[in-house]
Design a protein around this ligand. Structure first.
Ligand SMILES: CC(C)(COP(=O)(O)OP(=O)(O)OC[C@H]1O[C@@H](n2cnc3c(N)ncnc32)[C@H](O)[C@@H]1OP(=O)(O)O)[C@@H](O)C(=O)NCCC(=O)NCCS
Length: 181
């Protein structure tokens, strides 16, 4: 029997270096995107008010590594060394589900596409992973495009699926994407 799926604690794509998130990453995350209402618009949380909000989130996220239930990584530009954002694969049985967020200055350069392609390939290469998936708000075409670029197909609309508190109090319809083998 093969070992459970895990992500490497550090890895590189052509342009980015990624490593396991640490609670100490709170400051760059807080400074670069956690307080930016444009970045959090289609996310499941409101902009952070204080560094303590970011630290509290990271305490929980970082602990997922030890449980083997999630593998949040932070990304850096290999050339400049600058902080770029975070990718968050979660293991749910035979599935890996993804979230991702980049600071605004990193948008539109193909970063999410490049890293998601790497992550999707890495997950589906594991014998116990049959499906990778992600969802986004129906009004978020940039994220939908990232999933398509990563080789996923749109399966449909999950109606009233997720609460995006920066858009409305009522849960929103979302596109669900996947790649299977
Ligand atoms: C969504 C996000 C991760 C995209 O990251 P990115 O590195 O800029 O994405 P990429 O450059 O790899 O690809 C973006 C794609 O969306 C397309 N795109 C961007 N804005 C678009 C828009 N308004 N309408 C349609 N397509 C759009 C780009 O053209 C590109 O597609 P292409 O490669 O076919 O040209 C980034 O904008 C982000 O972090 N947003 C805030 C957090 C967030 O919303 N996360 C996702 C939650 S589901």
């Amino acid at each position: 029997m093969s070992a459970n799926y895990r992500l490497q604690e550090e890895f590189e794509t052509a342009r980015y270096y990624l490593r396991r998130v640490k609670v100490d990453d709170a400051q760059p995350i807080f400074d670069s995107y956690a307080t930016d209402a444009e970045v959090t618009r289609f996310l499941g949380w409101k902009p952070h008010q204080s560094l303590a909000d970011t630290s509290a989130f990271l305490e929980i996220a970082a602990a997922e590594w030890d449980l083997g239930s999630g593998f949040p990584v932070v990304a850096f530009d290999r050339k400049s060394g600058g902080f770029v954002g975070m990718f968050h694969p979660k293991l749910i049985g035979h599935r890996v589900s993804y979230g991702y967020v980049l600071q605004r200055s990193a948008w539109g350069k193909g970063c999410a596409t490049e890293v998601m392609r790497w992550l999707v390939e890495q997950a589906l290469a594991h014998p116990m992973i049959y499906r990778v998936e992600a969802f986004c708000d129906v009004d978020h075409p940039a994220s939908a495009r990232v999933m398509e670029n990563a080789g996923m197909e749109r399966e449909g609309i999950l109606r009233r699926y997720f609460h995006h508190p920066n858009i409305s109090e009522a849960p929103r319809d979302c596109f669900i994407y996947s790649k299977v083998h």
